[in-house]
Design a protein around this ligand. Structure first.
Ligand SMILES: Cc1cc2nc3c(=O)[nH]c(=O)nc-3n(C[C@H](O)[C@H](O)[C@H](O)COP(=O)(O)OP(=O)(O)OC[C@H]3O[C@@H](n4cnc5c(N)ncnc54)[C@H](O)[C@@H]3O)c2cc1C
Length: 514
């Protein structure tokens, strides 16, 4: 696939930069753009030959598959802070709005499509569950209130007493407080797979923020995830930034409790070389545990902090089957798309549910003319370290997925041109995410806010951005973490760049995403 940015292409990086960023996931890419916009010299180092991390694509037999992310809430809406940030960063990529936002298929054969307009959604819910009208009004009034509280406390780092009644509440507890109808409770949590954790372990506050953000627009990037990631890389280079691809940071250098550079392995596979790059600040967008356990020397890591981080619970990995199809009727796919449940208990999301996503409904160019793409996502509840036969694991989950696709769309297998699956091991291999976790640590009430690893404070001049740190996992929270890190760096280290910082502030206000 042709890249839109240049990268260093065999040239060595300079000896020293104001900032070195480890990892070109969305967290690294946004942070790199904001720091370059502020006038800093920035080196972005990515181990893979593509940028984007979980927001990348790959191509087989003319079909282009999103490797992971497919829902991009808010980003196409310039009225929201994250949508405005992208516009201010010069991102011109078109966003295709999803309507319906999602589609759920239930064990009794019924289904429900979620309209993109909130009032229509609520009206449709009340029509489906006429006896629950007042309870639905009370529930969504609470969701609205909690949404604002969540923005303030988790996305703006402000203290508010209004969080207290909801801080420990899970989605399951909130639903149980308002409803007794099991079918309605599943409907209201049927998309919980996107959290990588069951509702009984997912924060009601975080869920409310996402739930309402869908109605401000949920998007798919024109050209797929790579088009978005590549444009972020291109704009970064236009701002003077440097990208070093296919290069792995092996060590973060530090002295006197202060990070001051990295050791990076680079070059062709047969002749890898190690070099040192000095840095005013180091930002890690890489998996947090490997940053602490492998990139930093043990004497620089507070053992107490490390052991409490090791106790955090990662999100489930998401198994994916990518399928290129020919001669498959669009209407059959439109009807089949969405979450399929064979249990009314949403806590069984990792065992009794899967999701069919059809990117070609939004962007036909992802497949050859007349073709379609199906990507099936299935959370897996596995003991990663205990799996010794990954091929057998892959074959088993793929069999489950293919037999379900055949059940939902009889004759499906005959239309398959290309099929390949990705397990937790694949996710780990391409992005180095711990155990192939989908969104970093679970967004459970006890793993958010100050209980989630902080953006900085471990060593001077060392920062973390991405889904393993605050505020949480998913594209919007990751963008918020990158904005906050860029803000802290420019405020604490580069005070003389005040004129540039004004531009930076104008480019996002680093405040909240709404
Ligand atoms: C299957 C799946 C579906 C998802 N769907 C959605 C969705 O629809 N909507 C949504 O909002 N979220 C979704 N998510 C979650 C979302 O993709 C992630 O939360 C987000 O992309 C994480 O971004 P990041 O920048 O933190 O990290 P990553 O995307 O993991 O990027 C980290 C980068 O660092 C690089 N790296 C690591 N170590 C090193 C090193 N030592 N040296 C150099 N480079 C290194 C990696 O190669 C990688 O490119 C999904 C996740 C998965 C797995």
């Amino acid at each position: 696939m042709k890249r839109r940015f240049t990268g260093l292409r065999g040239r060595q990086p300079d000896r020293s930069y104001d900032a070195v960023i480890i990892g070109a996931g969305v967290g690294g890419l946004i942070c790199a753009n904001l720091l370059a916009l502020a006038g800093l010299s920035v080196l972005l180092i990515e181990q893979h030959y593509m940028v984007g991390g979980y927001c990348s694509t790959f191509r087989r037999k003319g079909y282009t598959f999103d490797a992971a992310t497919h829902f991009y809430p808010l980003l196409g809406n310039p009225e929201t802070i994250s949508g405005k940030l992208l516009r201010d960063l010069g991102i011109t990529n078109e966003w295709v709005k999803m309507d319906p936002v999602d589609h759920f298929h239930f064990p009794d054969g019924s289904s429900f499509a979620v309209p993109a307009d909130f009032d229509s959604y609520l009206e449709k819910l009340k029509l489906r569950f006429p006896a629950e009208g007042p309870a639905l009004d009370r529930f969504f009034a609470e969701v609205r209130q909690v949404y604002m509280v969540g923005l303030l406390s988790y996305f703006r780092w402000r203290k508010t007493d209004r969080l207290q009644p909801y801080r420990k509440m899970t989605v399951r507890e909130a639903l149980d407080r308002h409803f007794s109808n099991e079918k309605l409770k599943l409907l209201l949590a049927a998309d919980c797979g996107h959290w990588g954790s069951p509702p009984s372990r997912t924060s009601f506050v975080f869920d409310s923020m996402l739930r309402l953000s869908y109605f401000l627009g949920n998007y798919y990037p024109r050209g797929g995830s790579q088009a978005f990631a590549d444009e972020l890389a291109l704009r970064f280079e236009e701002r003077g930034g440097t990208i070093l691809m296919a290069s792995t940071v092996r060590r973060i250098l530090a002295k006197n409790k202060t990070a001051n550079g990295v050791e990076v392995e680079t070059g062709p596979a047969h002749a890898r070389t190690l070099s040192i790059v000095n840095a005013g600040v180091v930002v890690s967008n890489a998996d947090l545990l490997s940053t602490l356990e492998r990139l930093l020397e043990p004497q620089h890591v507070d053992l107490h902090r490390l052991s409490s981080i090791r106790k955090l619970r990662p999100t489930h990995p998401c198994f994916l089957t990518h399928i290129g199809l020919k001669e498959m009727p669009t209407e059959v796919l439109r009807e089949a798309a969405g979450y399929h449940w064979d249990s009314w208990d949403s806590d069984q999301v990792a065992t009794r549910a899967f999701k069919i996503f059809v990117p070609t409904l939004y962007e036909p160019a992802m497949a050859p003319a007349g073709g379609h793409i199906v990507i099936v996502q299935k959370l897996t509840d596995i003991n990663y370290d205990a799996i010794d036969d990954w091929a057998a694991h892959k074959a088993k989950v793929e069999h489950y997925i293919m037999s379900n696709l055949e059940r939902v769309m009889p004759g499906f297998s005959e239309k398959v041109v290309v099929k390949l699956s990705a397990s937790a091991l694949t996710s780990h291999r391409f992005t180095a995410n711990h155990h192939g976790a989908m969104l970093g640590w679970e967004m459970s009430p006890n793993q958010l806010g100050v209980a989630r690893p902080a953006l900085n404070g471990l060593l001077r001049n060392l920062y973390f951005t991405g889904h393993w740190t605050q505020p949480g996992g998913g594209i919007t929270p990751v963008i918020v973490s990158a904005m906050q890190v860029a803000r802290r760096i420019t405020q604490s280290h580069f005070g003389d760049l005040s004129d540039k910082r004004d531009q930076l502030v104008a480019a996002g206000e680093f405040a909240c995403v709404a």
